[in-house]
Ligand binder design. Structure first.
Ligand SMILES: Nc1nc2c(ncn2[C@@H]2O[C@H](COP(=O)(O)O[C@H]3[C@@H](O)[C@H](n4cnc5c(=O)[nH]c(N)nc54)O[C@@H]3COP(=O)(O)O)[C@@H](O)[C@H]2O)c(=O)[nH]1
Length: 751
């Protein structure tokens, strides 16, 4: 269908033009009528040049296709809500065939919970171009589909009140939102419960979130309670700029926000209201948005106060002496190494002072360890007052202290003078009386000093030199300051070489045991004490005084002691118990280091078994200082050995602490009166009184007594008169090799 003329043609007169328009209008009305009546299939509209621009039929087809293919459900409904058209997507969404949807009421497909709202809307709706409601539809399986329903009135006269609905399925979006919500919740729970304080800041530096831990960490800070801090929410306006930790935290956060810089584990110290300090590790990390722009920062605060305290404690235990708080040997060696390095660099001298308290053992033994401890603490404090800040005062153990002086003169003579001056000050300070509880105590120090002259010195050598100088000071009558000199160097070298020789001696069978008899009041041999000797290839026979201390300090005593034990057991096996003297035994001396060896009990047992020796025949002589090192440990070990059948004698009795309390607890068999008391027992009333007291006391404690160092008949008589029943000394026999001893004791108990 096409119009025959156009009304804009200038050649046509107006009357004709009106006619044309009227005809056109009639034509159009006829067309519309035909469209309404459904008699027309297609309407073609052409432009001036006759080109077809629109086909009604095609347009309808296109729209239908569009509606069918759209991603949302679409339907048209009658005024009372019945579906008369549904697109394919709606049918798919609901899982209901399209023919079954047509004619059904939309209300049937709306979830029960939303249905009243929909009915309400349906009945009260006023003609509005469009309205959107969020409602859930139900599919054929009864699953609810959250949807947006967009209602639009249809402007078709004969379908008065009809409307179309576009249903957008929100399931995927809802799921995504839910997933996001859950993930956010999870994250929030984690962040809230993290043992780390977490702050989120936006791009302007405003705090958008802070977890409970962050709140707690800062709530005790000196400047504010949590509420006050909350008010400020951001760093910028708050008035606590002077609080160093806060300023540092702000700086790191703002660097992250403005420069994208990451700050990790900066240690900050928060001063708290109660005067304590909190140590936190502060980190600030920028947060980027999807475009890579900085959107803010996260600040993390980890409270490491406890960890720090623990680390400090560990360090304290590892590097400091528990009693005095002074650096211990380990830290001293480290500092000494540093001083040596500095001295090597700048060419100056340093000095090492080795301090030992005179007669400290006596104080310990007479007034107990607690009082001894008080003296050590006081000495440590006094020493610190004598020192410059750069000097080191350390406690090596026992009553031994060391001072390291650095940065003395570059001239040796002047450096010696400086060290002497400080040494004398130390001597003077330590010689002042001490008030130890109720006890006024007088103590003096023996001080050994040596210069630290870098190129030649090693840490070990320096300590040896100062130690040697201190021994010289002791040997020269104590209570004085001695400098290390070349003679001492010779002695030191001798000691070092002797140590090596002793090693060799042990390996090459240069050590031997001498035996000294122990007799009863009738002179019958009860047993013998084994005494170590060293047959030195150049120096001849050496007594233990020359080398036993060296063996103890070098650790060689463990091998030496093991050798003595083996040899004594072998000797016992060789000297079978005499029929008339079944108690024939050997006493061996055990040094502290040997006794404290964790394998000591096992070693003794093995030696006894190897030589099939009755354990009753072996007596271990222990000293008091050994027993008191760790009383509980000692008792356990002694009990284990006693259970095997061994016996114990307390050597040098009377010279030490001699506490009855300890004596009662220790599983001892015998007290050995020290030979220093026996020597003067007939001439010195004090020694005589001590010996009498020991002899009276021992039976009450269930202990036997042996007196050592008996040289004269007078001593022997005195001892017998006061109840002593066992004796050892030159009067009955000097220490001698096993064969000689065996011969001279023939008929007295040993073969
Ligand atoms: N850890 C070990 N220590 C040991 C061992 N062997 C000995 N020692 C200890 O060495 C110290 C010195 O011993 P020594 O030079 O052998 O002196 C002993 C005797 O010879 C001496 N004595 C004995 N009778 C007399 C005497 O009448 N007069 C006198 N002037 N001296 C005498 O006494 C020493 C015995 O001492 P003691 O052990 O206290 O009974 C010495 O302290 C030994 O402990 C060893 O193998 N391991």
């Amino acid at each position: 269908m096409s119009p025959t003329a156009t009304p804009t043609d200038p050649s046509i007169d107006p009357t004709t033009e009106i006619e044309i328009l009227r005809a056109r209008l009639a034509e159009a009305e006829a067309v519309l009528e035909a469209i309404r009546g459904g008699q027309i299939d297609a309407l073609l509209v052409s432009d001036k040049r006759g080109e077809q621009v629109f086909t009604l039929k095609r347009a309808e087809h296109d729209y239908r296709l569009l509606v069918e293919e759209m991603g949302e459900g679409a339907m048209t409904l009658t005024a009372n809500g019945r579906i008369y058209f549904a697109n394919r997507r709606l049918a798919a969404m609901l899982g209901i065939a399209r023919e079954n949807l047509i004619g059904s009421a939309l209300a049937e497909h709306i979830a029960a919970a939303d249905r009243p709202r929909y009915q309400d809307w349906l009945h009260t709706r006023s003609p509005r171009p469009q309205q959107r409601l969020e409602m859930a539809l139900i599919d054929a399986r009864g699953t609810t589909l959250p949807c947006h329903l967009s209602f639009t009135e249809l402007p078709v006269a004969e379908k008065q009140g009809a409307f179309c609905v576009v249903a957008t399925d929100l399931s995927a979006r809802k799921q995504a939102e839910e997933a996001l919500r859950v993930s956010e919740q999870r994250l929030k729970t984690i962040v809230e419960n993290l043992p780390i304080g977490v702050w989120f800041l936006d791009a302007a530096g405003k705090m958008t979130f802070r977890n409970a831990r962050a709140q707690r960490i800062w709530s005790e800070a000196k400047f504010a309670g949590p509420e006050q801090f909350d008010d400020h929410k951001a760093y910028a306006p708050h008035p606590h700029k002077h609080h160093r930790a806060l300023v540092a935290q702000e700086r790191s956060a703002m660097r992250a926000i403005t420069h994208g810089e990451t700050q990790l584990n900066e240690e900050l110290e928060i001063e708290c209201l109660d005067g304590t300090r909190k140590i936190i590790l502060n980190s600030a990390v920028p947060i980027h948005d999807g475009n890579g722009q900085i959107a803010g920062a996260v600040v993390l605060n980890q409270d490491i106060t406890e960890r720090k305290a623990f680390e400090d404690r560990i360090e304290q235990l590892a590097f400091y002496d528990a009693l005095t708080g002074l650096p211990n040997r380990r830290l001293l060696l480290d500092r000494l190494g540093q001083v040596l390095a500095t001295i090597k660099r700048n060419g100056s001298y340093g000095a090492l002072l080795f301090i030992d308290l005179d007669h400290f053992k006596d104080l310990n033994d007479s007034l107990g360890h607690d009082v001894g401890d008080l003296l050590l603490i006081e000495v440590a404090q006094r020493l610190q007052t004598c020192m410059r800040a750069s000097d080191t005062v350390a406690r090596l153990g026992g009553d031994e202290f060391v001072i390291v002086l650095d940065d003395l003169s570059r001239e040796s003579a002047q450096a010696v003078a400086q060290a002497r001056q400080i040494g004398l000050k130390v001597w003077q300070t330590l010689s002042q009386p001490y008030q130890l509880g109720t006890h006024l105590h007088h103590s003096t120090p023996s001080i050994g000093a040596t210069l630290i002259d870098a190129p030649q010195s090693s840490v070990e050598e320096l300590l040896k030199r100062a130690d040697l100088a201190m021994y010289q000071s002791k040997n020269a009558g104590r209570n004085q300051l001695r400098f290390f000199d070349p003679e001492m160097q010779t002695a030191l070298e001798l000691r070092t070489s002797l140590e090596g020789q002793l090693h060799e001696g042990l390996r090459h069978g240069q050590l031997l045991l001498y035996y000294q008899p122990q007799v009863d009041e009738t002179g019958r041999v009860l047993g013998a004490e084994a005494l170590l000797r060293w047959h030195h290839p150049q120096r001849g026979l050496l007594t233990p005084d020359v080398f036993i201390h060296l063996a103890e300090t070098s650790g060689l005593i463990l091998d030496l002691g093991a050798w003595v034990l083996e040899t004594a057991c072998a000797q016992l096996a060789h000297w079978p118990a005499h029929k008339q003297v079944p108690a024939t035994s050997i006493a061996i001396n055990i040094s502290a280091r040997q006794f404290l060896d964790p394998r000591f009990v096992e070693r003794v047992q093995t030696a006894l078994q190897r030589y099939a020796v009755d354990p009753h025949r072996l007596k271990l002589e222990l000293t008091e200082s050994l027993l008191l090192q760790d009383v509980e440990e000692t008792i356990t070990k002694m009990a284990a050995l006693r259970a095997l059948g061994l016996r114990f004698a307390l050597d040098d009795f009377g010279t030490g602490y001699s506490s009855l309390a300890y004596l009662k607890r220790l599983p001892l068999d015998e007290l050995k009166i020290d030979r220093s008391f026996v020597a003067d027992v007939t001439t010195d009333v004090n020694d005589a009184a001590i010996v009498r007291a020991i002899l009276a006391l021992a039976p009450k404690l269930g202990l036997s007594v042996i007196a050592e160092g008996v040289e004269t008949e007078a001593q022997h008589r005195f001892l017998i008169e006061h109840g002593c029943r066992a004796f050892q000394g030159y009067l009955f026999g000097k220490p001698a090799p096993a064969t000689a001893a065996g011969k001279s004791w023939a008929g007295t108990g040993l073969p």
